[in-house]
Ligand binder design. Sequence first.
Ligand code: HEC
Ligand code: HEC
Length: 279
Amino acid sequence: MKQLISLTGACALGAGLAQAEPSLERGTYLVEGPAACGNCHTPQGPQGPMMDQAFSGMLVEQNEMFTAVAPNITPAGHVGDWSDAEFARAIREGIRPDGSVIGPPMPIVLYRGLSDDDVMSIVMYMRTVAPVESDLPESTYNIPLPPAWGPPVASVAHPEEGVTAEYGGYLAGPVAHCLECHTTFGEQGPMYETHLGAGGYEFHGPWGVSVAANITSGEDGIAAYSDEDLAKMITTGTRPDGSRMMPPMPYGHYANMTEEDVQAIILYLRSLPALPDPQ
Ligand code: HEC
Ligand code: HEC
């Protein structure tokens, strides 16, 4: 009996340690799964993402406010010359080593909430991807970028993982930036305080126009869908009636999420205060 108790103790400690340290395994899971960095940084061909050029950059969005080009983030890009801390700061604070600020639509405001362990795990994984040369123009912004996206982020503790609305909120916000796309846009960007998850942003692309859906808990949102429906929509891009959902939601990346993480996100969506579709 005594032995059993000490064994369980050792296991619990082991599990705690595994979570409390950045790892390549976690970084691989995040980047290829919920964080979906490749949705913006991997060039798209007619057949979808060009995996032989993964993370080598592409033109992400062009509108009146900006022409946003996601740079090469393979070891052949600028990041190859940056330290791990510099790379992590670029992701989480949107500030490059030369002090310049990374512009939208990279979801820096949400990435500020990434835990120390997760941002370092992401850096660890990005160091292992194949270096690919690319030749891309720089982004141009017709709107002023802020001097910073907020005060320096000193440290963010890793949240307790589990099938809970709290952890789902961490995944839907800082990690998978669901809320970046699904919150109504105002002049200052997504209106998180008043329109969290209410949708309405229009994405223009080769697919035509797609409109980010209302994903709050109410009738205009996801109330009519079962958990199974939602899991299928998020991870396969197929609605209950069999119709296909449009880009740019990164269904292919979300397909790599664990069932537990998908369930946690669904719990979180069900906890979002119901809001009407924006006018
Ligand atoms: C919604 C699109 C989008 C997503 C998702 C995204 N990025 Fe970006 N990223 C961009 C754009 C656009 C820029 C360039 C902005 C500019 O020119 O100021 C950028 C810039 C960067 C830079 C600066 C590189 C340089 O050489 O200046 C790094 C590093 C970076 N992203 C890493 C990541 C990582 C890691 C992830 C996933 C955790 C990620 N990005 C997710 C769009 C995105
Ligand atoms: C890059 C932008 C983007 C991201 C990131 C994104 N979505 Fe979406 N999402 C969309 C768009 C656009 C649609 C509408 C697609 C269509 O109508 O064909 C959509 C549709 C949906 C729908 C269907 C709702 C309905 O009533 O039809 C759900 C549910 C959903 N998203 C949940 C999520 C969750 C959960 C995440 C994060 C894990 C997420 N989305 C991340 C853009 C995004």
